[in-house]
Design a protein around this ligand. Structure first.
Ligand SMILES: *Cc1c(COP(=O)(O)O)cnc(C)c1O
Length: 391
């Protein structure tokens, strides 16, 4: 039934899902099956083997595609599997230009795995379009960008980047994990491919590892679908179910993540023990104007510089009671981490400092708890870490 295009909160609840035709069960069944009975050789209902095609996964793929405003969605067993599958669509000899402050696992798979297969990678500050342009070569096939970036929350102008790339015959892939499709839809801004670690905001409850790729482009879809089946990094049915449960509340959760993060960011900005706050929602953030244009909200991720040395930062993050000290992000619960010793610990200190990753840098994934409790918790930890320092 061709109708009016539905809005995000409606798509989140309904897209790709319909009551089970056999029983009327309103929720998509979790089909624990590896194969399907055929009426005759090659005569089946569109399902032959579960690596190739699976009903719970299909529902999730359609749901995620709708959320990103794309025609095609493909799900994978992790964000890294989704990212790797996009790179597997390239050929030996191809060159990729990537933003330099990207997810550590992505940097690792680019440089330690795919470089061995004859692909080349350059890393630049993608928020600086002239730096991106200077890095393009005749062999560049793909631009890879994360915005907001990790952990500095830098903003790249996706539309400007896509215009630049497409004028040179280069495709663009955006890792949209930090924003989620509730806040940013890169395909509408010109991107060719979007990837997610669905482990984060899309799942939203820190209980599942997953990834997805969404595109509008038939040629990309054909290649990626072929690779999904050939390489086989597919999610299991229970993981697909958990993700479908998560995406239903994505728009609702993101509203609260954004609201809480803005309140926390403003509080930290006025805190005497905090030297700097990186949050795209703050007017002084260098990417604020672009973020206002290309995002519906500024997200739940904040990083800030605590005054004092590395030891004080490590002490502070061990003293929070509502914020849990952990890697990852995007769940309903608030997390705190220290990028210099945790996610970005493998980068030499000199290199780290160059990109603003100072010793006192602390990253927050602001959850959906009561924001007053979050602020009280940060304040008590900041104050107690100071008291120990002055002993
Ligand atoms: C977590 C993350 C990944 C990797 O995803 P997994 O699900 O852990 O494999 C990739 N990109 C970003 C931005 C992430 O935060």
């Amino acid at each position: 039934m061709p109708g009016k295009e539905q809005r995000l909160a409606t798509l989140a609840v309904h897209a790709g899902q319909r009551p089970d035709p056999v029983t009327g069960a309103i929720m998509t069944p979790v089909y624990f099956t590896s194969t399907y009975v055929q009426d005759g050789p090659g005569k089946h209902k569109g399902f032959d083997y579960a690596r190739t095609v699976h009903p719970t996964r299909l529902a999730l793929e359609a749901n995620l595609a709708a959320l990103e405003g794309g025609r095609f969605g493909l799900c994978f067993s992790s964000g890294m599997a989704a990212i790797s599958t996009v790179i597997e669509a390239l050929d030996s000899g191809d060159h990729v230009v990537s933003c330099h402050d990207l997810y550590g696992g992505t940097y690792r798979v680019f440089t330690k795995v795919f470089q061995r297969f004859g692909l080349a990678f350059s890393f630049v500050d993608a928020s600086d379009l002239s730096a991106v342009e200077a890095a393009l070569t005749a062999k560049t096939k793909l631009l890879w960008v994360e915005t907001p970036s990790n952990p500095m929350l830098k903003i790249t102008d996706i539309r400007a980047l896509c215009d630049l790339a497409h004028a040179r015959g280069v495709q663009v892939c955006v890792d949209n994990t930090f924003a989620s499709p509730a806040l940013q839809r890169p395909l509408e801004l010109g991107a060719d491919v979007v990837v997610h670690s669905t482990t984060k905001y899309l799942g939203g409850h820190s209980d599942v590892i997953g990834g997805c790729v969404v595109t509008n482009d038939q040629a990309w879809f054909d290649k990626l679908k072929f690779l999904q089946n050939s390489v086989g990094a597919v999610p299991g049915p229970m993981d697909c179910f958990l993700l479908l449960r998560g995406t239903k509340t994505l728009p609702l959760r993101m509203e609260r993540h954004c609201e809480n993060a803005m309140t926390v960011a403003k509080h930290l900005l006025g805190h005497p023990e905090v030297a700097r706050v990186h949050y795209p929602g703050l007017a002084h953030h260098p990417g604020h104007e672009i973020a206002k244009r290309q995002m519906r909200g500024f997200g739940g991720m904040i990083s800030f510089e605590l005054k004092g040395d590395l030891e004080r930062a490590k002490r502070m993050i061990s003293m929070t009671k509502v914020f849990s000290l952990a890697e990852s992000l995007g769940g309903v619960e608030s997390l705190i981490g220290h990028p210099p010793t945790m996610t970005h610990g493998s980068i030499p200190r000199e290199e780290r400092l160059k990109s603003g990753l100072v010793d006192g840098l602390i990253r927050l994934s602001v959850g959906i708890e009561d924001v007053e409790d979050l602020i009280d918790d940060l304040d008590q930890a900041i104050n107690r870490s100071l008291a120990v320092a002055s002993l």
